[in-house]
Design a binder for this molecule. Structure first.
Ligand SMILES: *Cc1c(COP(=O)(O)O)cnc(C)c1O
Length: 463
């Protein structure tokens, strides 16, 4: 098992190099050289394992050179009492669909599933290689808190998170700034999310600075994040079907195409997934691509499901690579076309795309009516991201017990949106209530690239 780039510009590398590289050094995305296909016997054996043992068996397939005892230890520490539920992912059975609750990690969103693992994995690799990593990332909310909770207190790692001052939700901000660990640096930037993202891009484009300060990224392009997510599709399948081999529809609220790409991999490994549903909000570029072959980038509009407010879905390049029969030449052409014209036409592949995915999108109005409808039927509150998934299942006529919708966040994270519009009271978990009284560590900074580079360099130099 080696790793290559969708753009074909790097020599094959091992798992650890792939994890440390993040984005391919040729600008492409890292993919495994083969996707292992599991036999029915193997799948049967996997179905009997608890979460961390299942994770070990799946991840090992993609990291055959990793020392087994270390890998097992990393995984065991990633999926234990840092999750509030023994099952890690409990599955709620409504009167119609099932809901896989991916929000029982420390920050109440599904990103914990991968970032808890990534933090332990980075630390293990870095200590062994006697290397250091300084993570720099921009966030509009969920990624930042999950990344901080994954990296806090880890040896050989510092994390600098930029977020727009006053523009992330109060709960999201407190989740980030109440982490007081020595290696966590919250930078509240006087600007908007685009300013934060542009600063991070500019910092990464300065190759000398990047090398000198061992900068690393944690966004969902990292292969280890996708891999950690492949695991839970197996777990969800095993805990949702009546008997192995039965078909299951899975609906994924989608932004950057990371989570749904992990489902695509799990299906190729042999899971009997029927409909693979990509649910978006009004930022529906991916829905348009799947239904009409039209991948045209437009402006991002803010919605009630902010973690899905995305136009350019970085991980889509991974799917394009497989769609065009693993042709790097074709991916290079497509990416050049996208760069120059802001759109792609996928008409020649519509049959294949439609056999891989189904998709619909939800407006804010539909998000609210879905939350309301589901609550009235089941007395269960779904968050606005999950609501996009539930609405897609209804629209596609698959709202039955053969369908699982992924719940990507706990409703308490988006309580303002729900309670201000609907006659619903959201239960706020104690962990979130207690954030209000905690000490904070945050530095307010101007939207200035040089100033932020200076903060990073002086902090790292001092250590
Ligand atoms: C990040 C996020 C998503 C989108 O996931 P992708 O992997 O980017 O498609 C959906 N819902 C929530 C709550 C998120 O935080």
């Amino acid at each position: 098992m080696k790793y290559i780039s969708t753009r074909g510009g790097i020599k094959p590398i091992g798992f650890e190099e792939a994890v440390l590289m993040g984005l391919g050094s040729d600008g492409g995305l890292i993919v495994p050289s083969v996707i292992p296909k599991l036999t029915d016997d193997t799948i049967n054996n996997l179905s009997k394992l608890k979460y961390s043992d299942l994770a070990f068996q799946i991840i090992k397939l993609y990291a055959p050179d990793y020392d087994e005892a270390s890998l097992k230890d990393v995984i065991d520490r990633s999926y234990s009492d840092n999750f509030r539920d023994d099952k890690i992912i409990p599955i709620y059975e409504s009167s119609t669909i099932k809901i896989a609750e991916l929000f029982h990690g420390p920050t109440f969103a599904f990103k914990d599933m991968a970032l808890q693992f990534l933090g332990n994995l980075f630390e293990d690799i870095l200590i062994r290689r006697n290397r250091k990593l300084n993570i720099v990332g921009a966030t509009s909310g969920d990624t930042g808190s999950a990344a901080i909770y994954g990296m806090m207190g880890k040896k050989n790692i510092n994390i600098f998170i930029l977020f727009p001052n006053g523009l992330v939700s109060p709960v999201q901000e407190m989740q980030m700034t109440s982490v007081l660990d020595q290696n966590v640096y919250n930078l509240s930037v006087n600007g908007n999310f685009d300013d934060c993202q542009n600063i991070v891009k500019a910092i990464f484009n300065d190759n000398d600075f990047k090398d000198k300060y061992n900068l690393g990224a944690i966004n969902s392009i990292n292969w280890a994040r996708i891999l950690a997510q492949v695991v839970y599709y197996f777990y969800i399948y095993f805990n949702s079907v009546k008997k192995l081999g039965d078909k299951l529809n899975v609906v994924v609220p989608t932004g950057n195409f990371g989570n749904i790409f992990a489902l695509y991999i799990a299906k190729r490994m042999g899971l009997n997934i029927d409909k693979t549903v990509l649910a978006t909000n009004s930022n529906n570029i991916l829905s348009r691509a799947i239904n009409d072959g039209d991948y045209t980038v437009s402006n991002v509009v803010p919605t009630l499901s902010p973690s899905m407010d995305i136009q350019i879905a970085s991980n889509f390049e991974r799917y394009l690579y497989y769609l065009y029969d693993e042709s790097s030449a074709k991916v290079n052409d497509l990416m050049n076309e996208l760069k120059s014209s802001n759109k792609l036409n996928l008409d020649d592949k519509m049959d294949k795309i439609r056999s891989d995915f189904a998709s619909t999108f939800s407006t804010d109005k539909e998000i609210l009516s879905t939350i309301d409808l589901f609550y009235n039927k089941n007395k269960y509150v779904v968050d606005p991201h999950t609501a996009c998934g539930v609405n897609s299942a209804i629209k596609l006529g698959i709202d039955n017990s053969n369908t699982v919708v992924l719940a990507t966040a706990h409703p308490a994270k988006f309580v303002e949106a729900i309670e201000s519009e609907l006659d619903i009271k959201v239960d706020i978990p104690n962990e979130i209530k207690s954030l209000y009284g905690k000490d904070r560590k945050v530095q307010v900074v101007d939207s200035n690239i040089d100033q932020i580079k200076k903060i990073i360099s002086t902090t790292v130099d001092k250590k």
